[in-house]
Design a protein around this ligand. Structure first.
Ligand code: MCN
Length: 762
């Protein structure tokens, strides 16, 4: 049990300290770092999805003064391997510049270096590539046929597998009702407002400094050291402010690697900033799963068995995306106690943009699948979808709970979340209004969609480093291996440490994203930062208090065991005697004078198993049954991330997360033509919603602490995304139920809804 003192800053709506600089335009991004004499890198990219390179003519480009062009033949770098995850086929490597074959529109065929960006763009246009087109594998279904192979030497397009190919013929034994459907979770583009950017320079001391728009500076440091053979101590990676990552900046690509190679080769700083249209095709995408689903149970609403078969489109080169069926399978059971679950999955390479993690990564797909199937099952047995859910929820007293799909959930109150969401939305009144509209045969029908979800944060149980140092003026600095690219760690990590030290929050600053300043780190993805990075910082702060107590005892001429820290005042004194006392500033300046300030420093690493945040989202939509247009009217989101550090930031995370989830339900889909040409390469064709397209969400707080860390905190960064998509999808189908529609493809845009209505009523 976590007990916080009455004076604790935790749980308060502290405004984000980082916002001052962002709102005043003082953020420092890679593209606006002053970098004297930097050259510009511009990539020449394949326009064909699959082709053999017959020749490259760079001569016209190189007639432009100051332009140099490098092709694969000029670059002595090894190919980039897939992430070192055992299930992924390691032989499907990616050359940093394609030399023989291009495998997607956007694959790099050359890089132009110029004095400025405009010249680079002009020169790139003049690089002539002679291609012999190869047949393109565009869909996972085509890939599975293995007729055209992306990597002939591997002998198959399958790049990873999940679950088991063994089937129990009696899986659905005892089920009165069995429902099946196929759900496609469309491919999404991550769309960070700041596209990728990289810069590199070699200093007078021979050390290479690299600035990256990234989520994982320490992992990037490792990859660059291995790829370029740079001694780790001669390499520094700095991540300045980053304008969003959403999962897609969690793996360094050939672009960043080449920028570093060029800077070292040319002896001048080099910088690259991705354009939006380049980002749409070359920055890895997310989702892209086809799920074949079968759910069975009894007529009175008990779920008994579930089969989930996952085909993941991995794109041209396997990335973390190809591992996601493992996570989808692990989370297949959702919030329900389903006794029998079978998971089978495979990932295949296709001639499309590589697929990686996008907010939620593997877990949205699991929630989309089970939540859709529960609704189908409810419709089949004629029971209210809320009721079917309630009957099958894992009970509050059953934790820790092991699901049939292999996850061990730490804590939860799923029924509490469902009740709270239904109460908040006014479920009964909405159903009454729905009945009225149905009776009237209204053109605009009402749909109410429920989604109960749980998700896994810190999914692979990682560790994180935190260090706390007291400065001479008595303020504190937190060094963390986590990295904030929009999540507000400068505020929440400062709150966590301030609470332990008894200092005002503004006396605690946070240092992150610099491999010279922080010796170790895993970065930020999988909504893991607070529960490992925050906890590590907290433990380091506790150790600093312990050391400070011993020092204060010396100065107060008391026994160390008798000295306490008054957390409300931030002063050390003998227990029971408030004076004499020493503030942090007094303690720090005196110890600095004696050369002992370094005693007030501590480092801690914290490792813990995954935690499982959860919640219920209810969406209310109006569907125009003539045109198929869907209007999202309300979305109530109950999201439980354990103990909340800062409700203001948590609400912000839910707000952004829900927007991504709703966008997948209603708008976003990255589309390729039948021959593999990307069709949605700008915000004119890829319907990335703006605030004007979305209503305000109704976020409802709920806190069920985890026993797995002393803060009691789970993650919140992806919950909104995971909960929202199935709620909206179910709401659309709920509105269309009287018309016999039982399936609408995602996204539920006007066209897909209209088609489903037409087919059902034909
Ligand atoms: N928090 C809290 N109380 C909790 C849990 C979290 O106050 N119980 C606070 C944290 O301290 C932190 C924020 O909420 O300030 C998010 O914390 P956490 O859930 O630990 O997640 P991470 O910091 O690890 O962020 C990762 C997550 C992921 S995986 C994606 S993708 C994502 C997201 O965060 N991308 C984002 N949120 C984003 N927000 C912005 N603005 N931009 C992105 O790219």
């Amino acid at each position: 049990m976590v007990t916080l003192g009455p004076m604790s800053i935790l749980g308060h709506r502290v405004p984000r300290v980082e916002d001052g600089r962002f709102l005043r335009g003082q953020g420092r991004y890679v593209d606006n770092l002053p970098l004297e004499g930097a050259l510009t890198a511009t990539f020449v990219r394949s326009l064909l999805p699959h082709a053999r390179i017959a020749g490259i003519d760079t001569s016209a480009a190189e007639t432009i003064p100051g332009v140099q062009v490098f092709t694969g033949a000029d670059v002595d770098l090894p190919p980039m391997p897939p992430p070192p995850i055992p299930v992924i086929e390691a032989r499907m490597t990616r050359p940093v510049i394609a030399t023989e074959v291009v495998r997607f529109v956007g694959d790099i065929v050359a890089v132009v270096v110029s004095e400025d960006r405009a010249t680079g763009a002009d020169a790139a246009e003049l690089v002539v590539v002679d291609y012999d087109p190869l047949p393109a594998v565009v869909t996972p279904e085509q890939a599975l046929r293995d007729e055209v192979l992306l990597f002939p030497e591997v002998g198959t397009n399958v790049c990873a597998r999940a679950g088991s190919a063994e089937h129990d013929e009696n899986l659905f034994a005892g089920c009165d009702v069995v429902v099946s459907d196929t759900l496609v979770s469309p491919r999404m583009a991550g769309c960070p407002l700041e596209p990728r950017a990289a810069a590199a320079a070699v200093g007078a001391d021979g050390r290479t400094t690299v600035w990256l728009s990234t989520q994982v500076p320490h992992t990037d440091h490792l990859v660059l050291h291995l790829m370029l053979g740079i001694d780790p101590s001669a390499l520094r990676v700095v991540a300045p402010d980053v304008g969003g990552g959403f999962g897609v900046k969690s793996h360094i690509g050939p672009e960043e690697t080449l920028v570093v190679w060029l800077a070292r080769r040319l002896g001048r700083p080099v910088r690259w900033a991705e354009t939006r249209s380049e980002s749409m095709v070359a920055l890895p995408h997310g989702r892209g799963q086809r799920l074949q689903l079968t759910l069975g149970g009894t007529r009175d609403g008990r779920l008994l068995a579930y089969r989930i078969d996952i085909t993941q489109d991995a794109g041209a080169y396997p990335q973390v995306g190809s591992f996601l069926p493992v996570l989808t399978g692990l989370m297949a059971s959702g919030v329900y106690a389903i006794p029998r679950i079978e998971v089978e999955g495979r990932s295949v390479v296709t001639n499309t943009t590589p697929v990686t993690t996008v907010r939620g990564a593997g877990r949205p797909e699991a929630a989309q699948a089970i939540e859709r199937m529960v609704d189908l099952f409810a419709a089949e047995i004629g029971m209210d979808p809320a009721e079917v859910r309630r009957k099958n929820l894992i009970p509050k007293d059953a934790f820790p709970y092991q699901t049939a799909s292999g996850a061990t959930y730490d804590s939860g109150d799923y029924e509490g979340a469902l009740d709270l969401a239904l109460r908040s939305v006014g479920y009964e009144e909405l159903r009454a209004e729905q009945r009225r509209r149905r009776q009237q045969g209204a053109r605009r029908q009402l749909g109410i969609g429920i989604s109960c979800y749980t998700e896994i944060t810190n999914p692979v149980g990682e560790s994180e480093l935190g260090r706390v140092e007291i400065r001479e003026d008595g303020s504190a600095v937190v060094y963390t291996g986590s990295f904030s690219h929009g999540q507000g760690h400068e505020t929440t990590f400062a709150m966590i440490v301030a609470e332990r030290l008894g200092l005002p929050v503004d006396q605690v600053s946070v240092v992150k994203g610099d491999t010279d300043a922080v010796e170790k780190g895993t970065g930020t993805y999988g909504s893991k930062s607070t529960q490992i990075g925050g906890v590590a910082a907290r433990a380091a702060a506790d150790e600093v208090v312990e050391r400070a107590r011993r020092l204060a005892a010396e100065y107060l001429e008391a026994g160390a065991e008798d000295v306490v820290l008054d957390q409300a005042l931030g002063r050390f004194h003998v227990v029971g005697a408030p004076e004499p006392s020493l503030s942090w500033a007094e303690l720090a300046s005196r110890s600095a004078g004696e050369g002992r300030l370094s005693e007030l420093t501590a480092t801690h690493e914290f490792q813990a198993p995954p935690t499982f945040p959860f919640g219920t989202h209810v969406a209310v939509v109006e569907v125009d049954t003539d045109t198929g247009q869907v209007e999202l009217q309300r979305l109530v989101a109950v999201d439980d991330a354990g103990t909340v550090i800062n409700p203001l930031i948590v609400e912000g995370q839910v707000h952004g997360g829900v927007a991504t989830g709703v966008a997948q339900a209603l708008y976003e889909e990255f589309v390729f033509s039948d021959d593999g040409t990307p069709l949605t390469t700008t915000f004119a064709t890829y319907p990335f919603p703006s605030a004007a397209d979305l209503p305000s969400w109704e976020a409802v707080a709920m806190e069920t602490p985890t026993p797995l860390n002393p803060l009691g905190a789970k993650g919140i960064g992806e919950s909104g995304t995971i909960g929202a998509t199935p709620a909206v999808h179910n709401a659309v189908l709920d509105a269309l139920a009287p018309y016999g529609v039982r399936h609408v493809e995602l996204p539920c845009n006007g066209e897909n809804v209209w088609r489903a209505l037409r087919e059902a009523t034909a």
